[in-house]
Design a binder for this molecule. Structure first.
Ligand code: COA
Length: 337
């Protein structure tokens, strides 16, 4: 048995803030942000929540797969920004979709590696024959974890959700490769949190003063970690599956920073065209970035059955990992069609 993707979906909040809007909050400018990160704008929740975005992305993925919610046996949500501690976001998705037969839980704390780890977890259950269907979601309201007074971090992040429906297929699965280094965890932390973003909600920015309640980051340490470890883990996953770079159609990396993606492509001696990016539009949406990009590629008709993709995530913990996906999602369904 093998876990295969049979549908994708995403949800992006309509409210946006571009770099000039950020320059109205902190001492920065559009050119600096574009050059150092590649980000031009980010989408921010207004009425949405992490759970509502997850549910909508999941609903769209089910429609894309041609599957009913009642057929789902597992719902996994990767998130570091759930709205409430209990119930978990996956159970809120279950309620919203009516997926009454699903077992539901969240993968919290895996941050920007979250979707890769959730995908691996679902694949392992499907391969073992424990479940036959799964809905895997990455959903984040990072705007609520962002210190909008800190120019070193607030330029980077955005909100959104992406999802993939998986089912058990014939054949042997691909081996994933994942790593963690808790010894370097101080590079990217968030000790506690406010339940609001202070931008589009009632809690006022002046009431949100404890910096430990927001993401804190040693940007250069994270940058160096990513450009070293991501190419390494991609090489490892190719070797583990007896594949070469030429076998891979696209590398779908966590969308943190354009310079990180470019550096990874260079270190792998692969053309940058094999590394699609959408961070210009969304910023870094943590666990949601890989499935949002996957959904855009799928709905845009870029992916064909049999093509091999590598998904690679990296982030807080520190954690990083890569997995090979053989595309098997025959339904092409652009939004609005
Ligand atoms: N606008 C203008 N200037 C800024 C700025 C901003 N938003 N943020 C920092 N600066 C300034 C710094 O104060 C510093 O000024 P100084 O030289 O006078 O002290 C200068 O720019 C360089 O700062 P530095 O932190 O060295 O910048 P950088 O080139 O490392 O870029 C990041 C900063 C955050 C863009 C970069 O480190 C990065 O992308 N890191 C990875 C972050 C990431 O992807 N995290 C998520 C992983 S999942």
């Amino acid at each position: 048995m093998n876990g295969i993707i049979c549908g994708t979906g995403s949800y992006i909040p309509s409210y946006t803030m571009d770099n000039n809007d950020i320059a109205g909050l902190v001492d920065t400018n559009d050119m600096w942000i574009r050059e150092r990160t590649g980000v031009v704008k980010r989408h921010i929740i207004k009425d949405e929540t992490t759970a509502s975005m997850a549910a909508e992305a999941g609903k769209r993925a089910l429609e894309n797969a041609g599957m009913k919610a009642e057929e789902l046996e597992l719902i996994l949500v990767a998130t570091i920004s759930s709205n409430v501690i209990l119930p978990c976001t996956a159970c809120e998705v279950q309620k919203s979709l009516g997926a009454v037969h699903a077992t539901c839980f969240d993968l919290g704390g895996a941050a920007c590696t979250g979707f890769v780890l959730a995908y691996n977890t679902a694949s392992a259950y499907l391969e073992a024959g424990v479940y036959k269907t799964a809905l895997v979601i990455g959903s984040e309201s990072l705007s609520a974890l962002t210190n909008w007074k800190d120019r070193r971090t607030c330029i980077l992040f955005g909100d959104g959700a992406g999802a993939a429906v998986m089912k058990a297929g014939e054949g042997k699965g691909w081996l994933p490769v994942t790593h963690s280094d808790g010894g370097k965890g101080e590079a990217l932390t968030c000790r506690s949190r406010y339940c609001s973003n202070g931008l589009t909600s009632k809690l006022r920015p002046e009431d949100m003063t404890d910096e430990a309640n927001f993401i804190q980051m040693d940007g250069q340490a994270v940058f160096k970690f990513a450009v070293k470890r991501v190419p390494e883990v991609i090489q490892e996953v190719l070797e583990a599956n007896a594949l070469k770079g030429e076998d891979i159609f696209l590398y779908i990396l966590h969308q943190a920073n354009k310079r990180i993606v470019e550096a990874v492509a260079k270190r792998l001696s692969e053309p940058i065209e094999k590394f699609p990016m959408n961070l210009e539009e969304y910023g870094n949406t943590s666990s949601a970035s890989i499935p949002i990009l996957l959904d855009e590629l799928n709905r845009g008709g870029r992916l064909k059955t049999g093509q091999k993709l590598v998904l690679a995530g990296f982030g807080a913990g520190l954690t990083w990992g890569a997995v090979v996906v053989e595309w098997s999602c025959p339904v092409k369904q652009p939004y609005g069609s």
